[in-house]
Write a protein that binds this ligand. Structure first.
Ligand code: UDP
Ligand code: GLC
Ligand code: MN
Length: 335
């Protein structure tokens, strides 16, 4: 199986945390395939060393950024232009077939059977199911495809400013031609679907094989209580209706990844030399060696923009529109 690999991507130290948990979950699933991570120059040296421990191949690539602010603004995710870097996965031509997985995914059981599928296999996107979600997909590395994708990106751009828009335009027959290329949703269960269709989650969720923490809030942005081994729900986050997956992510992080980070000095002094359990709390706001690349807070929004988003049903439940903030506002009116 040396010519087949799982592949992920991390352009900064925050997403490296996700890649490490994903890699560790794949190892725990006893995959027979290789593990590859694409990184860009911003990833710090200690983090690269830790990646070497978990992945068979750590490949440095250059950043491909759409810089397409208009489309990215529509998606409300200005940071996702950089996801075009994902296209480098087609350059891994020493493999005949690969499965790409976002760094914010985690496997719950062995998924090697995905290598029986053909390019381009993927699961529907929960926001627009005629599009596939590009967080998990089967592909065949090819320089020709890579060049065609780059050409499409330069000539036409991407309708969402990121890789998913571009890939859906390129593999546009996905939704209509071959049902075997429609991966079951259990291979890319996005956390938002849990609360947007809770009865379906209750009926089928136990079969889930891959969880995708899609959206602005990533597992590494939450606080974790090491005593209760649960993630704290300070902001009454609606995705927390089933926090088990977040707790699982953190459990892998604390057990398998944190010791490696400490060993390689990837955590600042305040957190080193202390027992893993004790630093769990500190790690939730982890300040890694490269502060510039650590998780940046979501971009500030004008109150007009916030109102617009609220009206579109896209409240920032974890931030400005959190329950606590709403209550504070109501209190000021009552006074
Ligand atoms: N990514 C990255 N750096 C970034 C943003 C994204 O490395 O600054 C990679 C990472 O693998 C991530 C993927 O691109 O999982 C897609 O982005 P994200 O998962 O944040 O998008 P979502 O699934 O939330 O739409
Ligand atoms: C999505 C996908 C993600 C992709 C992003 C930008 O929502 O989950 O993998 O990078 O859109 O296109
Ligand atoms: Mn993702």
């Amino acid at each position: 199986m040396a010519d087949e690999s799982f592949v992920t991507l991390a352009t900064n130290d925050s997403y490296v945390k996700g890649a490490l948990v994903l890699g560790s979950s794949l190892r725990d699933s006893r995959t027979t395939r290789r593990l590859t991570v694409l990184i860009t120059p911003h990833v710090s040296n200690p983090m690269r060393q830790v990646l070497e421990k978990v992945f068979d191949e750590v490949k440095l690539v250059d950043v491909l950024d759409s810089g397409d602010s208009a489309h990215l603004a529509l998606l409300k995710r200005p940071e996702l232009g950089v996801t075009l870097t994902k296209l480098h996965c087609w350059g891994l031509t020493h493999y005949s077939k690969c499965v790409f997985m976002d760094a914010d995914t985690m496997v719950l059981s062995n998924i090697d059977e995905l290598f029986e599928r053909e390019e381009l296999s993927a699961a529907p996107d929960p926001g627009w199911p005629d599009c596939f979600n590009s967080g998990v997909f089967v592909f065949r590395p090819s320089i020709e495809t890579f060049n065609q994708l780059l050409q499409l990106a330069t000539e036409k751009g991407s309708f969402d400013g990121g890789d998913q828009g571009l890939l859906n335009t390129f593999f546009s027959s996905w939704s209509t031609t071959d049902i075997s290329k429609h991966l079951p949703f259990i291979y890319n269960l996005s956390s938002i679907s849990i609360y947007s269709y809770l009865p379906a989650f209750k009926a089928f969720g136990t079969n889930a094989k891959v969880v995708h923490f899609l959206g602005r809030m990533k597992p590494w942005n939450y606080s974790y209580d090491s005593k209760t081994k649960t993630v704290k729900d300070d902001a009454h986050d609606p995705t927390m209706v089933h926090p088990e997956f977040l707790d699982m992510w953190w459990n892998i992080f604390i057990t398998n990844i944190l010791p490696l980070l400490q060993q390689h000095g990837a955590i600042k002094d305040t957190a080193t030399g202390v027992k893993a359990e004790e630093v769990a709390e500190a790690v939730s706001h982890l300040s890694l060696s490269s502060p510039a690349q650590a998780s940046s807070p979501p971009p500030a929004m004008s109150s007009e923009e916030r109102k617009e988003r609220w009206e579109q049903g896209q409240a920032d439940y974890m931030g400005a529109d959190s329950f606590d903030n709403i209550q504070k506002k109501l209190d000021t009116y009552l006074q």
